[in-house]
Design a protein around this ligand. Structure first.
Ligand SMILES: C[S@@+](CC[C@H](N)C(=O)[O-])C[C@H]1O[C@@H](n2cnc3c(N)ncnc32)[C@H](O)[C@@H]1O
Length: 360
């Protein structure tokens, strides 16, 4: 089993993204999930998972329990170690420096040497306490009754999980802040959210991802860096040209992407998302960030007609879709023939709630 350290403000959404790189993802505490198996190369490309560790065991979020757990654990490793402890959101009250010292001592007593600079193995000690978000228990990820032991909706949890660090995500998102890209327009998607939706859509080498309202190309850049071939259209010539500039900048390089995969091919053209100039089934997944009613000029369409039309075209062209918007377009999605696999809702600020729909 693996311990996943999640980031961001929405654990359910982070867990859904993590499921693109792991199986059996199960939230067990604030910002902590367990998984049955991971694909380390894909963990490197996650936005809202920081680390995955080979689980040694779990106990309550206090240092005495953590020490006992480590004293009893089977440690099939040798060499030098460093212990890194974290108290998620500062809620467990555990002194992490003391935890690192005391857990390090347990490992020294068991024959390991300490090397804080360049250890052979890093032991992650994650302390997490608080309430599991009620909506974290919704959706198909959490159907398995055997995984719900001792947990009820909104239950208080206190967990310490220990594990050997196995994979970490590459935290290079700051280098792609919308305002630092060669082409910027207000309304560009934050690269973390763009990466997460690209992962949820299944972006990887060999997959083709289409964004029919690509704007500055935020989603396409992240999907391309994950190795997917990407196609973008936008109704505005200025946006199509700007997306090209950004994709050229981030994807036209010979060296592998920071996550270690070959960058995908890309194509961008001017086009109407409700009349896509693409054959049936020409993409594996369609991702789009619908214009916000008050923000984008929606050329010749009413917003409702635009989104319904784009959803119908997405269904014709792809077999899965991820839609980001300022309202839930779930009924329009169903009318267009999609099934709602999962829905996430996050309040960004007082006047903006962001919805993410995952459609099959
Ligand atoms: C919210 S923005 C997308 C932002 C994008 N995700 C990014 O990171 O820059 C919505 C885009 O939809 C485009 N759009 C509006 N109506 C369209 C249509 N009928 N067909 C294609 N694109 C359209 C707008 O020009 C705008 O660029």
């Amino acid at each position: 089993m693996y311990l996943l350290e999640l980031g961001g403000e929405d654990d359910a959404f982070a867990a859904r993204e993590a499921a693109s790189a792991a199986t059996g993802v199960d939230l067990v505490g604030p910002s902590v999930a367990l998984a049955d198996a991971i694909v380390p190369e894909r963990v490197r490309g996650l936005a809202y998972t920081h680390r995955a560790s080979d689980l040694l065991g779990r106990t309550d979020a206090d240092l005495t329990s953590a020490r006992t757990l480590l004293e009893a654990a089977t440690l099939e490793r040798e060499g030098s170690i460093a212990v890194r402890a974290t108290d998620v959101h500062g809620e467990s009250g555990v002194d992490t420096e003391r935890a690192e010292r005391e857990l390090g001592q347990v490992l020294v007593d068991r024959g390991f040497s300490v090397d804080l600079e360049d250890p052979d193995h890093v032991l992650r000690a994650v302390f997490s306490a608080g309430r599991l978000e009620a909506d974290a228990l919704d959706g198909d990820l959490f159907e398995r009754e055997d995984r719900r032991d001792g947990r009820a909706e909104g239950n208080a949890v206190s967990i310490c999980a220990l594990g050997w660090l196995a994979a970490a995500s590459v935290r290079d998102f700051g280098a792609r802040a919308p305002t630092d890209k060669p082409f910027f327009q207000p309304g560009s998607m934050d690269p973390l959210l763009a990466r997460a939706v690209a992962n949820i859509a299944g972006a990887k080498a060999g997959a083709t991802v289409l964004d029919p309202m690509c704007g500055t190309g935020g989603v396409l850049v992240e999907a391309g860096l994950l190795g997917a071939d990407v196609i973008g259209t936008d109704a505005q010539a200025k946006m199509a040209a700007g997306a090209r500039t950004n994709l050229e900048h981030f994807l036209e390089r010979d060296e592998p992407s920071p996550t270690g995969v070959s960058r995908g091919d890309w194509h961008v053209g001017r086009g109407d998302a409700t009349r896509l100039p693409l054959p049936d089934d020409s993409a594996d997944a369609v991702v789009f960030d619908a214009p916000y009613g008050r923000q984008s000029k929606v050329e010749t369409h009413r917003l409702e007609d635009l989104v319904s039309g784009a959803l119908a075209q997405a269904r014709r062209v792809g077999s899965r879709a991820v839609v980001v918007a300022d309202r839930s377009w779930a009924s329009e999605a169903r009318e267009a023939g999609w099934e709602l696999e999962a829905a996430f809702e996050r309040r960004v600020h007082r006047s903006l709630t962001r919805y993410v729909l995952v459609l099959e």
